[in-house]
Design a protein. Structure first.
Lengths: 109, 500
């Protein structure tokens, strides 16, 4: 399972970085979202990847670490707010700069 | 346990929320609220400074959960000093903004207060994840403040700033969660204990996590390969926002100092002071890049932004020395560069208002209406920032230059700082003579400067003089701050009976 998890994170991060470097607003937002998903999964995996171990004391012999879940929750909330902000900013940029390039102007041909 | 520790966070948080709820309030009422909260932060910070002055570490356990389980705030000499600098700078910025800049968009004062929550929180927290949260608070307010007042230039540089910092946050989370995965704690003192006791096989991973954090803090501090967002962002912001941003790079520097003296400091076994070898060349190159940028700048604000980068490089060079004297000199220079940079950004705006359409572009333009007054202030600021006597930049530089032991390090630092200083003098005198001595002959267009605005700018700039007059007690304070930072014993004792 660790290998599958690692490969998934790798693919998501790679796609995210690729989209980020496209330098158009929509791909950039998508790329940032993908990277933040990958990061969230990464935080989650830092509590290790056991199965059948709920993070509740008394439900099973061993219990999982609940702290990474709390951290992920915080990271998700913050990431969500930031994404919303970027989307609004991107719309403003589109309106003011008349271009969806992150530099606000098309590259010279 | 004194509750004073949490006041610098609660006060702006409360006032910011109040201003949001009462956003229909008249302008003067909002200004009074915002000003009173910001001014009140100064005596609170002084009180905390006196408290911290006895060399004890003070802990505030939120919800009374004892460390390492609960989240704690920690006050030492360094945090108290940073809080006071922030409070003074913020007062200048808010006074200036209250003369009209806050009308350019909604909710300026609320955003300003939330920004202060983030900055003060970052200085007080002793928990790595909380540091992340406070970083995000200060960032999201800074995004909004940067865009305050609209305009295409602000949107463009704002977009770069936001995207870069979002990526930075991703790095921060990866670094923090790696540290958690390896040590099982996020409390800084506990982390220091556990990193010291870690299995040698884990050392490369711990080092990787540490360098992840260095990337993030380097991005915030505008260290060499990561500073390209700064000039356009600072130049595009309205003057009071740019002045407040003078403390933002220092938040990054503070985080570097805190994390890499405590977590990866003398108790970290094979990883002790691992970043200093990297920081040293990068800091010197940052100084060089900043000076070159300042020489090439075509507007006053861009030049000032590059001077901020120079000060970042100078500061980090002092920190990279790793010695008591180095850190002490860097801290003195930090106070100086924050206040003077803030004052110069405000002054640049005053000059822009008297130059008609040319604003701060460095071209021949109509004479300013008050050349003597503004010129004198610019002269004071320029001399101070370039590090010439008799102002505080000089003292800071002398402290730094005498902190380095003779050898190759001394040769590099002396040559970079002194040649850099010469470059700054050239850039500043070019700008000054263009603005004040080469008017195009047509009649002055602007109105005389608003006295309150003038007072705010002059107040911050003359802070430089205060730093000189009180140089001796200040130096004693920064010296004992450095000693406290390098003596990890008391920090590690925060975790009683815990750890490895």
């Amino acid at each position: 399972m660790e290998a599958l998890f690692a490969i998934t994170l790798g693919v998501m991060t790679t796609s995210g970085v690729y989209l980020l470097l496209r330098a158009r607003i929509f791909p950039v937002v998508m790329g940032l979202t993908l990277i933040s998903y990958a990061v969230n999964l990464f935080i989650f995996s830092m509590g290790r990847l056991p199965t059948g171990m709920p993070s509740v004391i008394g439900k099973s012999a061993e219990y999982g670490d609940p702290l990474p879940q709390a951290l992920v929750l915080t990271a998700i909330v913050i990431g969500f707010a930031m994404t919303a902000f970027v989307v609004v900013l991107a719309l403003r940029g589109l309106g003011e700069l008349r271009s969806d390039h992150v530099d606000g102007q098309e590259m010279r041909e | 346990m004194t509750h004073a520790l949490i006041l610098p966070i609660l006060l702006p948080l409360f006032m910011g929320s109040l201003l949001l709820v009462l956003h229909r309030l008249e302008k003067p009422a909002k200004r009074v609220l915002s000003l009173s909260a910001t001014v009140l932060a100064v005596p609170i910070a002084v009180w905390l400074l006196v408290l911290a002055g006895d060399g004890q570490l003070r802990i505030y356990a939120l919800g009374n959960w004892q460390p390492p389980f609960g989240i704690i705030l920690m006050l030492d000499r360094l945090s108290a000093l940073m809080l006071l600098v922030t409070a003074v700078l913020a007062t200048g910025a808010v006074v200036y903004a209250s003369r009209g800049d806050d009308e350019r968009g909604p909710n300026f004062h609320a955003l300003f207060q939330f920004q202060l929550v983030g900055i003060n929180g970052a200085f007080l927290t002793a928990d790595l994840f909380n540091l992340f949260v406070f970083f995000e608070i200060l960032l999201i307010s800074s995004y909004a403040l940067l865009l305050h007042g609209n305009g295409a230039a602000r949107v463009r540089s704002g977009l770069h700033y936001v995207v870069l910092n979002l990526l930075g946050s991703a790095f921060f989370l990866i670094g923090v969660s790696m540290l958690y995965g390896l040590t099982g704690t996020l409390n800084m003192a506990d982390l220091a204990v556990r990193i010291g006791a870690a299995d040698p096989a884990d050392a490369p991973l711990l080092a990787a996590a540490g360098f992840m954090l260095l990337i993030v803090f380097g991005l915030k501090a505008a260290l060499l390969p990561l500073y390209f967002w700064l000039p356009s962002a600072y130049a595009a912001a309205t003057a009071p926002v740019a002045a407040l941003f003078a403390i933002m790079t220092k938040v990054g520097i503070y985080a570097i100092l805190r994390v890499f003296t405590l977590l990866f400091g003398s108790a970290a076994g094979s990883l002790n002071y691992m970043v200093n070898d990297w920081l040293w060349p990068l800091a010197l190159l940052t100084v060089a890049a900043g000076v070159i940028g300042a020489l090439a700048a075509r507007s006053l604000q861009v030049m000032l932004a590059y001077l901020v980068i120079v000060s970042v490089g100078t500061l980090l060079a002092g920190i990279a020395l790793g010695s008591e004297q180095g850190i002490s000199a860097a801290l003195y220079y930090l106070i100086h560069s924050t206040l003077v940079a803030g004052g110069l950004f405000l002054l640049a705006d005053l000059i822009a208002r008297q130059r008609g359409d040319s604003e701060t572009r460095l071209v021949v333009a109509p004479a300013v209406r008050q050349p003597l007054l503004l010129g004198a202030l610019f002269f004071i600021g320029a001399i101070s920032v370039a590090g010439l006597p008799p102002f505080s930049g000089f003292i800071g530089k002398v402290m730094l230059l005498s902190a380095v032991e003779s050898g190759t390090q001394a040769m590099m630092l002396w040559s970079v700082l002194l040649v850099g200083g010469l470059g700054m003098v050239v850039a500043l005198s070019r700008a000054g003579s263009l603005v004040f001595w080469l008017p195009s002959g047509s009649v002055p267009v602007g109105a005389p400067a608003d006295p309150v605005r003038l007072l705010a700018a002059a107040g911050l700039l003359l802070g430089s003089l205060v730093l000189v007059i009180w140089a001796q007690p200040l130096q004693a304070y920064t010296q004992s701050t450095a000693i406290q930072l390098l003596d990890l014993g008391p920090y590690l004792r925060i975790i009683q009976g815990g750890g490895a």
